[in-house]
Write a protein that binds this ligand. Structure first.
Ligand SMILES: C[S@@+](CC[C@H](N)C(=O)[O-])C[C@H]1O[C@@H](n2cnc3c(N)ncnc32)[C@H](O)[C@@H]1O
Length: 262
C-alpha cells in the first residue's frame, strides 16, 4: 500500500474511533462523519440484514458499512415494489446482496438475483486510460493480497446456497452481460471499482430497467474513484438524468418514469 495512502487511512480511522468514544451519538466511519440520526442501526430488521452481510465476509465486520447498507436496503425495498429481477455487478463475497436477500426474504419472492463477478479482482483489459495511470491496479493487487477481494467462486456459491434463485455468473464484464437473461430489471447495483465495465453494464441494462428502478453506484463519489464519477456523469448527461451524490460515497440514479423532455 502506498505509504501516504496508508498513513491517511490510519489517521482517518483513529479519528473516527476517537470521535465515537468521545461522542457515541456521532456516526463516524467509512469516510463519513455525521451528527444526524442513524437510528436505522437499531432497527431489528436492519440488524438482522447487516449481520447476514457480515456473515458473508467471514463473520467479522472489518467494513463498518452501516450507512451504505442502509441505502442499499432502501433501494432494494423500492425495487421490490416494481416488476423485474435484481442485478449486481461486482459481488465479491456478497456483503450487500446477502443483506438484501435476507431483508426481502428472497425465497418468498418470484425473482432472480443475478450476481456477476470475476471472483478474481478486476479485469486489467478493461481499465480506462485514466485508471491505468491512477492507483486502480495497485489497489486491486492490494485487495487480492489482503484477502479483501475473494479469489475463486466456491465460497461465494456456498454463501448464496440458501437462495436457489441467486444466479451467480462468473467472468469478466462486459463479456458475461449476455448471460443475464432478465428482460425486466428492478434493481441494479454497480460496484466494480473500475469505470469501463460499470459503464458497459449501465448501458447494457438501461433499456431493460423498469421506470422508477434504482441504480446504485457504490463508488460514484467515494474518495479515490474520480474516473468512475466522470464516466457516470457523462452517461447521465447523455440521457438527461440526474445522479444523486450521497455522503456515503455512493451515487443514485432513478430510471425516469417519463421520457426526456416531458
Ligand atoms: C468492491 S468489490 C464488490 C463489493 C460487493 N458489492 C459487496 O457488497 O461486498 C468489487 C468487485 O468487483 C469485481 N470486478 C472488478 N472488475 C470486474 C469486471 N470487469 N467484471 C466482473 N467483476 C469485476 C472484483 O472482482 C471485486 O470482487
Amino acid at each position: 500500500m502506498n505509504v501516504l495512502h496508508a498513513a491517511r487511512r490510519r489517521v482517518a480511522q483513529s479519528l473516527y474511533a476517537l470521535l465515537r468514544r468521545a461522542a457515541p451519538a456521532v456516526y463516524a466511519q467509512d469516510g463519513l462523519m455525521s451528527v444526524h440520526s442513524h437510528t436505522f442501526m437499531e432497527d431489528p430488521a436492519f440488524i438482522e440484514a447487516y449481520a447476514r452481510g457480515v456473515k458473508a465476509i467471514g463473520g467479522v465486520d472489518s467494513y463498518r458499512w452501516h450507512w451504505r447498507i442502509h441505502i442499499g436496503l432502501w433501494a432494494a425495498n423500492v425495487a421490490s415494489r416494481l416488476d423485474g429481477d435484481f442485478v449486481e455487478c461486482g459481488v465479491n463475497r456478497g456483503f450487500l446482496s446477502s443483506a438484501i436477500m435476507t431483508h426481502l426474504d428472497w425465497n418468498s419472492l418470484d425473482r432472480d438475483f443475478y450476481l456477476l463477478d470475476t471472483f478474481a479482482g478486476l479485469d486489467s483489459r478493461s481499465l480506462s486510460d485514466e485508471e491505468s495511470k491512477d492507483p486502480t491496479l495497485r489497489k486491486n493487487a492490494e485487495n487480492l493480497k489482503s484477502g479483501f477481494y475473494v479469489k475463486g467462486a466456491d465460497s461465494v456459491r456456498a454463501n448464496f446456497a440458501q437462495w436457489p434463485r441467486a444466479r451467480i455468473i462468473e467472468g469478466a464484464i462486459p463479456d458475461t452481460l449476455v448471460q443475464v437473461t432478465a428482460q425486466r430489471i428492478a434493481y441494479l447495483h454497480l460496484d466494480m471499482n473500475c469505470a469501463p465495465p460499470e459503464i458497459a453494464a449501465l448501458s447494457y441494462f438501461w433499456e431493460r430497467l423498469e421506470p422508477g428502478a434504482p441504480v446504485l453506484l457504490d463508488d460514484y463519489a467515494y474518495f479515490g474513484y474520480l474516473p468512475q464519477k466522470l464516466a457516470v456523469d457523462k452517461f447521465a448527461r447523455e440521457r438527461g438524468v440526474a445522479v444523486c451524490s450521497l455522503p456515503t460515497g455512493q451515487g443514485l440514479i432513478m430510471k425516469p418514469t417519463l421520457p426526456a423532455g416531458r
